[in-house]
Design a protein around this ligand. Structure first.
Ligand code: ADP
Ligand code: MG
Length: 521
């Protein structure tokens, strides 16, 4: 029965597997990314779960089979033991009854013997003396036999006791056998009940699994039908996709050619554009140079119009050092309408001076510098520039030219401007700036940066016919920042002149943009 069920389950399982294979075959690549694959995966999962459950039922069934087999073996064993004990009992009974029979026979033979003896005694009493002797013998013999009988009776009694005990044992054994039989019966009944229950349980499990499998199979079939319909609807989309794919493939195949073609034309276009940029650059450069020359010319013209030599006056404020009283009185007044006029009260008379510009006491360092700023541009353009301050001691020359750290004068501001202009043009120009310092004192020219300050130098005319002056052997330092210049200057004393003049002179350098353009200042 169980094997039959097993076989049926196995066949059903095989059928399910076959269907699953069929389903897998139908759900191949075209539907790879659609949702049916997920549904199928779910179904497969459920199917494999069912298979697992059937497998478990099968294992349980095998377990039950094994248990039944074990119980049958145990029953056979008990039956065999019962048979053995029954045979033993029969044998024992047989032996006991045989002994009983023997004993009874012995008793009977012993009972018959004394009668004979008595008879013999009676007959012998009537006989002679011989016979009396014989009688005596017989009497002793009789005595012996009576003893024997007594002994036999004793034996019989013992045997009867033995028989009784044997019968008791047999009864006990019988009761025990009956008990065993009852127990066996009960065990057999219990086993049958258990087997029945197991059988029922197994049948129930199988039926349950089968019905579940049927339900699942139905669901699988339904899903399959859904998948089939979906596949049918997907087919046109697949056709379109294939068509698109082929188109794309064609495009991809043609792409390298197209790319090459595009690259070729792009290269040609870029080359042409580069060429155009080059020529534009050349044109721009040409225009720039022309404009540069023009700007230089205009600037120079402006400087010339303003006056190549300009004289400014600066009146410093009254300081504590000037003291008090008439000596410290202010003798200078200004013209409200003309910043180039200065009035001086001299011995009660007003004397007027006209300069290029007059800076009043409140004029700032910044304002003074603005007035000479254009000269720095001229210097970068290649013109020689000279700025110097002249006046009596305490007039404010050092303040105007050098100033203080918090409020620098013309020198520091001009140098800052020079280097910042040079840095701004560094992308297009190469500048070389060098510093030299010389003084003319009592008609003697001395090198202020030289190792031998007392050595007298000479001023000579440039042999190139440019009309420029130069000092052969004058010490020069290449500088790249204001800090470099300040280092070369040391404490700055060399700006100062005993005679009350101080100045900023002889900026020199060369600038190179490209080999064809070379300017000098
Ligand atoms: P010099 O160099 O001509 O001998 P200084 O420049 O040393 O004179 O000036 C003398 C004093 O006057 C210094 O204390 C200086 O600070 C002060 N001084 C000069 N000019 C001005 C000014 N425009 N504003 C304020 N103080 C000034
Ligand atoms: Mg001074």
């Amino acid at each position: 029965m169980l094997e039959l069920w097993n076989e049926r389950l196995r066949q059903e399982m095989k059928a399910c597997e076959g269907e699953l294979r069929e389903l897998r075959r139908q759900q191949q690549a075209p539907c790879r990314d659609c949702t049916h694959l997920q549904e199928n995966a779910g179904l497969q999962e459920r199917l494999s779960q069912l298979q697992r459950e059937a497998e478990e039922a099968r294992a349980k069934l095998a377990e039950l089979d094994l248990e039944v087999q074990q119980k049958t073996n145990r029953l056979a064993e008990v039956e065999l033991r019962l048979k053995d004990s029954l045979a033993e009992r029969a044998e024992e009974e047989e032996r006991l009854s045989r002994r009983l029979r023997d004993s009874q026979e012995t008793i009977a033979s012993l009972k018959s013997q004394p009668q004979q003896i008595k008879y013999i005694i009676k007959t012998v009493e009537v006989e002679s003396a011989k016979a009396k002797q014989a009688l005596c013998e017989s009497q002793s013999r009789n005595q012996y036999l009576q003893e024997q009988v007594g002994m036999q009776r004793q034996v019989l009694k013992e045997m009867e006791q033995q028989l009784q005990s044997s019968q008791k044992t047999a009864a006990q054994l019988r009761a025990q056998i009956m008990m065993y039989e009852a127990e066996l019966e009960r065990a057999h009944g219990q086993m049958l009940e258990e087997m029945q229950a197991m059988e029922e349980e197994k049948n129930r499990a199988i039926e349950e699994a089968f019905s579940r499998a049927q339900v699942e199979m139905k669901a699988v079939h339904e899903n399959l039908a859904g998948v089939r319909t979906n596949l049918l609807t997907l087919q046109p989309a697949l056709r379109t996709l294939t068509h698109d794919y082929n188109n794309l493939k064609r495009q991809v195949r043609d792409f390298p050619l197209l790319l090459q073609e595009t690259l070729r034309s792009a290269r040609a276009e870029i080359g042409q554009a580069i060429e155009e940029v080059h020529s534009t650059n050349r044109e721009l450069l040409r225009k720039y140079r022309r404009e540069l020359q023009l700007r230089k010319k205009c600037h120079n013209e402006l400087v010339r119009l303003k006056g190549n030599i300009r004289v400014f006056g600066r009146v410093r404020p009254i300081t504590k050092e000037d003291g008090e009283g008439p000596e410290a009185a202010n003798v200078v007044t200004f013209d409200a309408d003309d910043d180039a006029v200065l009035h001086l009260l001299h011995k009660g008379k007003q004397v007027s001076f006209e300069l290029d510009k007059v800076f009043p006491p409140q004029a700032s360092q910044e304002e003074v510098f603005q007035e000479v700023q254009a000269l720095v541009t001229s210097c970068i353009d290649g013109y020689n520039v000279c700025i110097f301050a002249y006046g009596q001691t305490g007039a404010g020359k050092t303040y105007t030219m050098e100033g203080t750290a918090a409020n620098p004068g013309i020198n520091q501001r001009a140098l800052q401007l020079l280097f910042s202009e040079v840095r701004g043009k560094a992308a297009d120009w190469d500048y070389a700036i060098s510093v030299s310092a010389a003084e003319i004192y009592n008609e003697a020219l001395r090198d202020l940066l030289g190792k031998e300050p007392q050595e007298k130098l000479e001023i000579k005319l440039c042999p190139d016919g440019s009309g420029q002056l130069y000092v052969p052997g004058l010490t020069e330092f290449r500088v790249q920042s204001v800090e470099d210049i300040n280092k070369v200057r040391g404490d700055g004393g060399w700006w100062e002149e005993e005679g009350g003049t101080e100045g900023l002179m002889n900026w020199g350098g060369s600038l190179v943009h490209d080999p064809q353009i070379r300017d000098h200042f």
